[in-house]
Design a protein around this ligand. Sequence first.
Ligand SMILES: C[S@@+](CC[C@H](N)C(=O)[O-])C[C@H]1O[C@@H](n2cnc3c(N)ncnc32)[C@H](O)[C@@H]1O
Length: 268
Amino acid sequence: MIESKPSSKDRDESDAFIDAELARQREQALVMWPMERQVLTSLGLVDGMRILDIGCGPGTITARIAALCPNSPVVGLEPGPSLARLAERELEPCPHARVHRGSLCSNQLEAASFDFAYARFVLQHTADPEVQLAGALCLLRPGGTLVAVDADDGLFAIYPEPPELAEAIRLSQALQHARGGDRRIGRKLPALLEQAGFGEVELKATALTSSDLGRSTFARLAVSFRLNRLLEKHGDTVRPLADAVERFLAQNQWYGMVCILGVRGVRP
Ligand SMILES: C[S@@+](CC[C@H](N)C(=O)[O-])C[C@H]1O[C@@H](n2cnc3c(N)ncnc32)[C@H](O)[C@@H]1O
């Protein structure tokens, strides 16, 4: 069985890059959580359910789910050893939450033992999302719900868009693709859930704009991480491109929007 690439923290990347990426993911999680908790509740999350946070990373969202559902056993599933350790620390104050080390297709969790599973920005990093989703289906009891949330670069726009920004986005998509991921997975999620055997599939979309977040936060969360990944991978060859994009974002009037797609499916 093909396993997903390990997380950024557990790949061969510099400490500075990893720290910046973790800080960005944390900021993104905190910005999105108020909206996200409403989406999760509207898609069936109820206190008392047995909850699985798939690919929980450093546990920022797992801890918030645990606080929202104090009567639920909550498990964060994480394959990256360093991220799992961070999540364990984050969950220390929550006695009803724990981390399980493993991935969707390689873990020691009991089949059919969860009522609700959440995969947040996980499937875009996998080479085989349909296989991973079949793993999620097995972990849910019949009638259990999966919610998968992910991005889709086709639903991301900044205008005006200088050519350097278009090029940086193209290069960052190619980089993720080369690592076995997919920055356009959002639109594919409903079909992928159906192929994996989920029923009652439902698609929701939430837009975030530069007016909602403020330009500098939007730029940090939606653009700068791409530049950092390119710099980490290609070094100084992409420095002029990255500098041109950062200069444009800092010095010009522009508007941006990004669409986050959430899909829900039920195990028949
Ligand atoms: C971008 S991080 C998202 C972390 C967290 N869900 C969040 O939104 O803050 C992607 C996470 O998915 C994990 N991951 C990748 N492939 C996985 C798999 N097959 N099963 C479970 N987790 C996986 C990675 O280790 C990483 O922690």
